[in-house]
Design a protein around this ligand. Structure first.
Ligand SMILES: Nc1ncnc2c1ncn2[C@@H]1O[C@H](COP(=O)(O)OP(=O)(O)O)[C@@H](O)[C@H]1O
Ligand SMILES: CC(=O)N[C@@H](CCC(=O)OP(=O)(O)O)C(=O)O
Length: 269
């Protein structure tokens, strides 16, 4: 019996983590949110969302300069205030409301709540208050799922000293998928997948991804996305999909885009 069959036999559905890219959130349709509700027939669904463009536009309105290193936003204490206000506030409330409109019992959370994400600094000199995930409080998330709630998580974390940090949403989604032993991770963004020479790459591997990063074929916000996808791969989570939110629906947890697997399947070029 496969692990997922076993999960159904015990009446526990497998977990899917869906990461909603900040680049897409304002354009996601009602049908898209309806398809997230439909997903819950088969999966326990956890949403992790970004908010990059909303943060950038608020920083611009406040005349605060921003700077990125390999797709990660340098986060000063002043920037963090804006990150918490927009991503932890406005964007989280928006996604939660859209799901509630579809009849989903969506519960808006910040990773910095209830020790949900314990984090530490990646490189305080270059990035300031930017965290990596050290631990995810899985019992709390499991209790939410068992209670019939869909967690909608803004990627903030708490350090052991109590400080809050900004975490890239792809990195948070990957760590949550791994910690929750998820069967699927869907990364929804504003492009149809990883592009190369104007075409979508249908399937790729960690080695090919490293080569594309080193030649500049993958840059900016796509870097943490693909690195997080690779990091999430395991025997249980055998493929991660990077897909466009412009497609109306997710069917059975599947969308077309780029599939990232540890190795190519036999016979696939
Ligand atoms: N090889 C690539 N294929 C597709 N998009 C890429 C690639 N390299 C860099 N990008 C950029 O990555 C962006 C997606 O990352 P990002 O803006 O951070 O999205 P999100 O807000 O969904 O996390 C695309 O809009 C594109 O500009
Ligand atoms: C450290 C870091 O870069 N954090 C991100 C968090 C939002 C995010 O990741 O949103 P996207 O889904 O739009 O990429 C930021 O401040 O933009």
């Amino acid at each position: 019996m496969s692990k997922s069959t076993l999960a159904i036999a015990h009446n526990y559905k497998p977990v899917i983590v869906v990461k909603l890219g900040g680049s897409m959130i304002s354009q996601l349709t009602e049908q898209f949110y309806a398809s997230l509700k439909k997903l819950t027939d088969v999966y326990e669904c956890i949403i992790v969302h970004g908010g990059g463009p909303a943060i950038t536009s608020m920083l611009e309105r406040l005349n605060i300069q921003g700077e990125f290193h390999e797709g990660l936003r340098k986060t000063t204490p002043e920037t963090l205030e804006v990150v918490e206000m927009t991503m932890g506030g406005k964007v989280n409330a928006h996604v939660t409301s859209k799901l509630a409109e579809q009849g989903v019992r969506a519960v808006g959370l910040k990773g910095s709540d209830a020790n949900l994400i314990t984090a530490s600094l990646i490189d305080s000199e270059t990035l300031g208050l930017v965290g990596k995930v050290d631990e995810v409080e899985t019992t709390f998330l499991t209790n939410c799922l068992r209670g019939g709630y869909m967690p909608v998580i803004a990627p903030l974390g708490k350090m052991l000293d109590g400080r809050t940090v900004n975490i890239n949403a792809d990195i948070a989604a990957s760590a949550i998928a791994k910690a929750m032993n998820a069967e699927k991770l869907l990364i929804v963004t504003d492009v149809p997948g990883i592009m190369h020479n104007g075409e979508v790459i249908e399937e790729t591997t960690p080695d090919e991804i490293s080569a594309l990063i080193s030649t500049g074929g993958i840059y900016g916000g796509m870097i943490p996305k693909v690195q997080s996808a690779v990091e999430a791969l395991s025997e249980r989570l055998a493929e991660v999909m990077i897909v466009s939110g412009k497609q109306a629906v997710i069917e059975n947890g599947v969308m077309t885009g780029t599939k990232i697997c540890a190795k190519r399947k036999e016979g696939v070029e």
